[in-house]
Design a protein around this ligand. Structure first.
Ligand code: NAD
Length: 310
């Protein structure tokens, strides 16, 4: 039988494209036909691609969207439901990579690794070791906001690797047995309690109306002056102007962010935040490893195939 057609609308890893081609007749994003997917596609595969209700109206034959990765903030999921379009994302598949990047940012902020290198390499500064002082993370209290796949993996590393205590906040995580039973932790119902007690606050929730500006100036005021704030989830969950102000005023020790409101972040937009010596930022690359890219795209491809073919 003929392979089903799949429009691949993002620039994906060649190995994952090869895998998709083994199951589907693929139209690749660089193919001029790809620009006209709306009139023809029953199945599309996407990464950072906005899907609005307008797209769905223009794509009457669309049945299924494969979304690499977990975040669905660029896809109008309600409109997809309304138009009978299935959305397949791949929760869990990128958890290790994002957790590793979260740890990387935690250590980078705590020990000022990027700043030290910049000062040596770009400024030509000769740094006397007596003038450098970082933060120890072992044994500290870690506040995990969002008890999903990534939050759990991060908690596991902090607990198992560094002997940290874990506080977790997630109003939607079911009570009773679940993967979090494996990680000793204190669960709080009030976010402020986590903010007040944690040495590191790490964000692992989706961007949604309920999480937009979840952390702004009043929340930063609640945190310890020695605390680190990490965001590898999405830009906008933390108010960036408030964060810049909080760092200027020394409300917290530092911040490590993979996600920004404006992406990719530029020097012009982030002048104020980047001028804060205790801010470390990366351009949304927490899931950017070959293994993770291939695994997430293949998982989305499999889900789309299963949906169409069974
Ligand atoms: P997940 O769905 O497994 O977990 C998300 C958790 O957040 C759920 O347990 C949910 O109950 C909880 N939550 C939702 N709203 C909340 C709220 N208002 N307060 C507290 N908790 C809330 O997702 P995941 O795989 O752990 O990923 C988490 C987020 O990380 C994704 O939504 C995505 O935005 C982001 N992410 C970023 C990258 C990156 O490259 N930086 C890569 C993958 C995922």
């Amino acid at each position: 039988p003929a392979k089903p057609k799949l429009y691949i609308l993002s620039d994906f890893h060649p190995d994952a494209v090869k895998y998709a081609q083994s199951l589907f007749d693929c139209i690749l994003f660089e193919d001029p036909k790809g620009a006209h997917w709306r009139s023809d596609a029953t199945a599309i595969l996407i990464k950072d691609y906005y899907i609005t209700e307008k797209d769905l109206i223009a794509a009457p034959q669309l049945k299924v969207i494969g979304k690499q990765g977990v975040g669905l903030d660029k896809v109008d999921v309600d409109a997809c439901k309304k138009h009978g379009v299935e959305v397949c994302n791949t929760p869990g598949v990128n958890a290790s990579a994002v957790a590793e990047m979260t740890m990387c940012l935690a250590f980078s902020v705590a020990r000022q690794v990027p700043q030290l290198l910049l000062r040596q390499k770009v400024d030509g500064e000769i740094i006397r070791k007596e003038t450098v002082n970082g933060l120890l993370l072992s044994g500290k209290t870690i506040g995990v906001i969002g008890m999903g796949n990534i939050g759990q993996t991060v908690a596991n590393v902090f607990y198992g690797g560094l002997g940290c205590s874990i506080i977790a906040y997630d109003p939607y995580y079911p009570t009773g047995s679940g993967p979090w039973d494996q990680i000793p932790h204190t669960r709080v119902d009030v976010l402020d309690e986590l903010l007040e007690q944690s040495d590191v606050v790490t964000i692992h929730v989706p961007l949604a109306p309920s999480t937009k500006r979840l952390i702004s100036y009043p929340q930063l005021q609640k945190m310890k002056r020695s605390a680190i704030l990490l965001n590898t989830a999405r830009g906008g969950i933390v108010d960036e102007d408030d964060l810049a102000r909080g760092l200027e005023e020394g409300l917290i020790w530092g911040a490590g962010f993979d996600c920004h409101v404006e992406e990719p972040p530029t020097k012009q937009t982030y002048e104020r935040l980047w001028s804060q010596p205790q801010f470390v930022g990366t351009p949304h690359v927490a899931a950017a490893t070959d293994e993770t890219q291939i695994a997430t795209i293949n998982a989305a491809t499999d889900k789309v195939y299963k949906f169409l073919v069974g």
